[in-house]
Design a protein around this ligand. Structure first.
Ligand SMILES: Cc1cc2nc3c(=O)[nH]c(=O)nc-3n(C[C@H](O)[C@H](O)[C@H](O)COP(=O)(O)O)c2cc1C
Length: 403
């Protein structure tokens, strides 16, 4: 049974309630659970986060991703909000991050300084403000004082306040470390007692989930307990192990939102019980492999035992209809400019013909040569692709509003 409170039970002022209603019920999942896309890595980590996937450095692309991926809001710093939110104002809720810090000084005395105000958030049309609180840091007294001014302004202007509460600093390291249950729980508790609308006791998640407002508890694991968990099946074909590595990266990431089974195609796993089917195959002769191309592969290197027996083509050939199932397809292929053909595109068409609801376009990941290895950063790109799939499937799973 769900213990989620209704907005009407939270005693919120009208402004906060209206904004929370927009976030929770008019955007993204639309069912009272929110999935936010935080995009402050440029400030918090520096440019290194974008090297693997340069397009992620483009704020316009990320805001569009928040919209098309069905997120309930995007959290950005004021500079990006001023320059880029304009194009999408009102289409996806803005969470204006009010403070932040760089990765350059050590975390021992962590403090995120303020560089925007709640008034800025009102002017920009934000539906909430965000504040990073470092609990346990030697600078925590200054942090609490700074936080108090934000909380008072948020209260006065009817603005929901989301606190990302991180345990940090040298003392935390002596009490179990920043990822220990003690530290994360303590940080979330402090934020909750300091009256945030929504609290995330968190470490490093790229997508962060919140449940009911003012109730303080929020994390992916809490959300998973409250919902019937969906099932995902990741089926892969792989001669030299590269497609398998991508499949495992995808599966590992999907596990945050699904019960996942990863299976080699020669196990012929049934997809009928799955809510989501992801298939992956190496590109052979511009398309899905055939018995002849799989036999060819053995002439180029050591092929995994049993891998040549059956491929994704045959798997889909003998599949029953798969209506009501979400699906996505990827392949691996050699990184050469303008090399035509893709196993994923072929698998995509097959899946669609079987009645699957395709979640996203066919995706290719690159190997440097016939037997691999994968091009640097491709597993990380696969994780982000999995995040997009998960967000899209969850967004399609809207339930009736409960306000
Ligand atoms: C017989 C054969 C044909 C191939 N044809 C193509 C091709 O048309 N285009 C391409 O980009 N890569 C091609 N490749 C390279 C594969 O895509 C590469 O071996 C694969 O991505 C490695 O994945 P795996 O380790 O999971 O088998 C071919 C490889 C083999 C063995």
């Amino acid at each position: 049974m769900s213990s989620r409170l209704r907005l009407s039970q939270c005693g919120l002022a009208a402004g906060k309630r209206a904004r929370m209603h927009r976030i929770l019920y008019q955007h993204g999942l639309g069912n009272g659970t929110a999935l936010f896309l935080p995009y402050d890595q440029g400030l918090e980590h520096g440019p290194r986060d974008f090297f693997a996937d340069p397009i992620a450095a483009d704020p316009r692309y990320i805001i569009r991703l928040a919209l098309e991926g069905g997120f309930n809001g995007i959290a950005v710093q004021i500079g990006l909000a001023e320059k880029f939110y304009w194009d999408y104002a009102g289409e996806v809720p803005l969470i204006l991050k009010l403070n932040g810090k760089t990765d350059i000084p050590s975390d021992e005395r962590a403090l995120s300084s303020l560089h925007a105000s709640v008034e800025d958030a009102v002017r920009l049309g934000a539906d909430a403000v965000g504040y990073t609180l470092y609990v346990g840091s030697p600078a925590q007294d200054a942090d609490f004082a700074q936080y108090r001014t934000v909380r008072q302004d948020a209260q006065r202007l009817g603005m929901p306040l989301i606190v990302w509460a991180y345990p940090r600093g040298e003392a935390i390291e002596h009490k179990g470390g920043k990822d220990s249950f003690y530290a994360v729980h303590y940080a979330a508790r402090v934020a909750s007692e300091r009256s945030s609308a929504v609290t995330c006791g968190s470490a490093t998640a790229t997508t962060r989930c919140v449940s009911s407002p003012s109730c303080g508890r929020s994390s992916r694991s809490t959300r998973r307990r409250k919902e019937a968990v969906m099932k995902a099946l990741v089926v892969y074909e792989s001669m030299f192990g590269n497609t398998e590595a991508i499949a495992r990266a995808v599966a590992e990431r999907l596990e945050m939102n699904f019960d996942v089974i990863v299976a080699e195609v020669n196990a012929m796993p049934t997809a009928r019980d799955a809510d989501l089917l992801v298939v992956g195959a190496p590109t052979h002769a511009f398309s899905l492999s055939r018995p002849r191309t799989r036999a060819d592969a053995a002439r180029h290197g050591t092929v995994k035992a049993g891998a040549a027996a059956v491929g994704i083509r045959e798997y889909l050939d003998c599949s029953p209809r798969l209506t009501e199932i979400h699906a996505a397809a990827f392949d691996t292929k050699v990184k050469k400019p303008a090399l035509p053909g893709s196993a994923a595109r072929k698998a995509y068409r097959r899946l669609r013909r079987l009645g699957c609801h395709m979640v996203t376009d066919a995706m290719s990941f690159h190997v440097t040569d016939m037997t691999g290895p994968l091009v640097d950063g491709e597993q990380e790109r696969a994780r982000r692709w999995a995040d997009l799939i998960a967000a899209t499937v969850l967004a399609g799973r809207r339930s009736a509003p409960t306000t």
